[in-house]
Design a protein around this ligand. Structure first.
Ligand code: PLP
Length: 412
């Protein structure tokens, strides 16, 4: 498995509807575009198997197979088994349900630690447990850079700590937190981790087993899929968590007991299209298929992250040359340090006023707190104004980044 030519971004763009490329799109951290393979799987389900799944007649059996295949492949993609993932409407939903499923296992006075670098999805449901007898401590970012320092955990962890909730990558800071190191530290203290990987998953391969994480979450609509969320949990933790679905769904039904919304049939089936996408990217760059989807996805992300690193360097060169710009997170473009998600503000200007000014150049960025409300406040921003955010994924091009730079330069 090797490729010396680099990432073929034009090939990759050809896998998406052509209208995607009418604008230079930099709101990918809000949600990525969806390739034709996902749209095809979704419409095939709707056209051919629009029936209640799980019965014996052929259309119903096929519907169930298509749904199961979606979940099976997504579990395989992150190196997990199918009974270790719960697919549901969103990550916000998954954390909310998880917090309620774990609370009965804990005693009054037990502690959890919540990073203020989190998107509210991995903060609010944990903070709410303070109303139900749990002591909630905050793991605070550096107020200037937005970085999280793992050594700050040393004085927060106690023998009463049950769980630490933090992001793999913050949707504003963009830095890659050292998940294996933090997880090890937390495990040494006898607690579990709940990692929000929504802003990480679009950029790097996931390996839940290698990292030994307890709970790990991401959303498919940020990685070329539909609006759904994935919760991975270690089997023993999922078995222990208290089911939140119908009373007759058994505690051993780990894939279903934490989705009180019930399965979203056509959406489950569409997940196969994400695997189709990575298979197409893999075959184009590496030829013969690697034996597992996990390996294929890893190889694709490895190549794509080198492309992303070039885009990061190009944009950071510009941003750091502007005295009026405050960049959140590291100015290193290294793919080992950050994802290509850039939040910044401009001295003396409201963040909200900037994005509309880029529209004449057909450049799409956005501004706000992006539901990282606590983080925006900790960084000293008015959360209603927030920051400007430009975020890239593997299908963005150097030409598009040039358009972004030119448009921003004119406005600044
Ligand atoms: C880092 C991060 N975590 C969590 C979420 C919430 O995901 P969902 O919309 O699936 O609830 C988002 C959404 O933008 C996010 O960026």
């Amino acid at each position: 498995m090797s490729n010396t030519e680099g990432f073929d971004v034009e090939f990759v763009r050809g896998l998406f509807p052509s209208q995607c490329w009418d604008w230079a799109f930099f709101e990918n951290a809000g949600g990525s575009y969806v390739p034709n393979s996902v749209i095809d799987r979704l419409t095939a389900y709707m056209r051919e198997t629009q029936v209640q799944p799980g019965a014996h007649y052929p259309a119903s059996a096929l519907a169930q197979d298509r749904m199961d295949e979606g979940r099976r492949l997504m579990a395989a993609m992150i190196g997990a088994d199918m009974d270790e993932v719960s697919v549901s409407p969103s990550t916000s939903f998954n954390v909310y349900v998880l917090a309620n499923a774990l609370r009965p296992l804990w005693n009054d006075g037990d502690e959890i630690i919540v990073a203020n670098q989190n998107h509210e999805a991995n903060a609010g449901p944990w903070h709410r447990l303070a109303e139900r007898g749990i002591t909630v401590k905050e793991w605070k970012v550096d107020p200037q850079s937005g970085s999280l320092d793992p050594s700050d955990l040393d004085e927060l962890l106690t023998d009463k700590t049950r769980l630490v909730a933090f992001p793999h990558v913050s949707n504003l800071v963009g830095e890659i937190n050292d998940v294996p190191l933090i997880t090890q530290k937390v495990h040494n203290a006898g607690a579990m981790v709940c990692v929000d990987a929504v802003a990480y998953a679009p950029h790097r391969a996931i390996d839940v087993k290698a990292w030994d994480v307890d709970f790990y979450l991401f959303s498919f609509y940020k990685i070329f899929g539909v609006h759904m969320g994935c919760l991975y949990g270690k089997r023993e933790h999922l078995l222990e968590a208290k089911g939140q679905y119908h009373f007759f769904i058994g505690e051993d039904e780990t894939s279903y007991k934490l989705n009180p919304a019930g399965p979203q049939h056509e959406m489950f089936a569409s997940l196969v299209g994400i695997a189709d996408y990575f298979d197409a990217v893999y075959s184009h760059h590496f030829g013969t298929p690697a034996n597992s989807l996990h390996e294929r996805t890893k190889a694709c992300f490895e190549l794509a992250s080198q492309h992303e690193e070039k885009l990061s360097a190009q944009f950071l060169d510009f941003l750091t040359s502007k005295k009026s710009v405050r960049l959140i997170g590291t100015s290193s473009a290294s793919r080992h340090d950050r994802a290509p998600t850039f939040a910044f503000s401009v001295a003396g200007r409201s963040s909200q006023e900037i994005p509309p000014l880029l529209e004449v150049d057909k450049v799409a960025v956005s501004a706000g707190n992006f539901y990282a409300y606590r983080l925006a406040s900790a960084l000293g921003y008015d959360p209603d104004d927030g920051v400007i955010r430009a975020s890239m994924v593997q299908y963005n091009t150097e030409a598009e980044v040039n358009m972004l730079i030119k448009a921003l330069d004119r406005v600044l």
